[in-house]
Design a protein around this ligand. Structure first.
Ligand SMILES: O=P(O)(O)O[C@H]1O[C@H](CO)[C@@H](O)[C@H]1O
Ligand SMILES: [Mn+2]
Ligand SMILES: [Mn+2]
Length: 397
């Protein structure tokens, strides 16, 4: 067996990049600030499996500091390092595509921090096509806050809630029963076509349920994403005739390009269950790519430090089961797509190093030099699987 696995902890950054000042992120450090918060609260973090692979040393390499409560040790079991982003954005698509060999060197379009944020030409056209009676929101917002504020008015008027963030996104929230899930998807499909001239990466359907000021998003989120601009590692694996198994939102992020099997999961732990099943059955030369989204969606953007720390503990506790299922020749990497420091101002991502923790039967134990592109991950896995090399990046192992 010679399989590859990418376990991506969405937003798990290890400290600001040298160019973080351009993003207002100088000093951001997702893991470092969570660990400090936990130690200050008298409950230091303990991530024994990740630490054994080399997480603490990688964090030290990225930021110059060992996370509070982590042992300053050596003798790791994995090939550990960190990578810097070459893409100009600090968004999910740029991070994932770059890992898969395609840095995003053009600038995405973004909507301004004005109210309204969306150009009137766009919202008028979209209302005309979809027959909605108007829009609510039309601003930069946190998705959970805005449905609490505007949910009642949405239910009363049937006007969808539209909002954006520092990412290249148009998000459309609507009530699953009152407005209808299928209708929301139709509005998003129409929006996806209309935002093309604005160079927007994704339109995201954000359905919710509930009543009387008490609203909750459902798992029926759907992303309408621009496909990768060049062939990625996923395409190379698929084109070689091997399986590409996408868990969670991976397929959405790559617009389905290069994916042969798509498996969804409601949350991190459900996704981990699916990962264990896949690890039992995935064939030789397959690539399994999982995105653990809760870190970003529930805790990073929500600036919930305790929740983020807890989610890390939960994931670490399950890693031994996964490692126990690996077969000879398997290579795994634990990584991230950007930071989202839950102690940082605002609610957006932070420009940070990502971890590169390679482990499994095919991984040597060694320190890796700092990579100047996330694409070194894709290059390493392409080499491991013996498929066409990615257009960017250097194989590290
Ligand atoms: O606040 P919510 O709706 O979770 O939005 C977050 O989710 C979007 C997609 O990842 C990002 O643009 C971010 O702002
Ligand atoms: Mn992300
Ligand atoms: Mn995010």
């Amino acid at each position: 067996m010679s399989r590859a696995f990418i376990l991506l902890l969405d937003s798990f950054g290890l400290g600001a990049l040298p160019d973080a000042d351009k993003y207002g992120d100088t000093g951001a450090n997702t893991l470092g600030h969570i660990a400090k918060w936990a130690a200050d609260a008298g409950k230091p973090m303990s991530l024994p499996t990740l630490e054994t692979i080399g997480l603490g040393a990688a964090a030290h390499k990225a930021s110059g500091e060992w996370p509070a409560g982590f042992a300053k040790r050596d003798g790791f079991t994995g090939a550990w390092g960190v990578a810097r982003e070459r893409s100009t954005g600090k968004d999910t698509q740029s991070g994932h595509w770059e890992i898969a060999g395609v840095p995003v060197l053009f600038d995405w379009g973004y909507f301004p921090k004005t109210v309204p944020t969306f150009p009137q030409e766009l919202t008028d056209k979209l209302a005309g096509i979809t027959n909605v009676p108007g829009w609510l929101g039309n601003c930069h917002a946190s998705g959970t806050t805005i449905i609490t504020e505007l949910g009642d008015e949405h239910v009363a008027t049937a006007k969808p809630i539209i909002y954006t963030s520092a990412d290249s996104v148009m998000q459309i929230a609507a009530h699953e029963e009152h407005f209808g899930l299928e209708r929301l998807y139709q509005v998003c499909e129409a929006a996806y076509e209309l935002v093309k001239p604005y160079n927007i990466g994704r339109v995201i359907a954000r359905p919710f349920t509930g009543s009387n000021g008490n609203y909750k998003r459902t798992s029926n989120r759907h992303d309408y994403a621009v496909p990768p601009v060049a062939p990625t590692l996923l395409d190379h694996v698929k084109d070689a005739g091997f399986e590409v198994i996408a868990l969670g939102k991976i397929s959405d992020i790559f617009a389905g390009q290069g994916v042969t099997q798509l498996i969804k999961g409601a949350d991190n732990m459900a996704l981990f269950d699916r990962l264990l099943e896949v690890t039992d059955t995935a064939p030789d030369k397959s690539l399994t790519f999982v995105n653990f989204v809760d870190f970003d969606m529930h805790f990073g953007h929500r600036r919930d430090v305790a929740g983020y720390a807890n989610a890390l503990h939960e994931l670490d506790a399950r890693l031994p089961d996964f490692i126990g299922k690996l077969k000879e020749g398997d290579l795994v990497v634990i990584t991230a797509d950007h930071g989202c420091d839950p102690t940082w101002a605002g609610s957006d991502h932070t420009r940070e190093h990502i971890p590169m923790l390679f482990f499994g039967p095919a991984a040597p134990a060694r320190e890796l030099p700092v990579s100047d592109t996330f694409s070194d991950i894709g290059a390493t896995l392409a080499h491991h699987l013996g498929v066409k090399p990615t257009a960017n990046g250097t194989a590290l192992l």
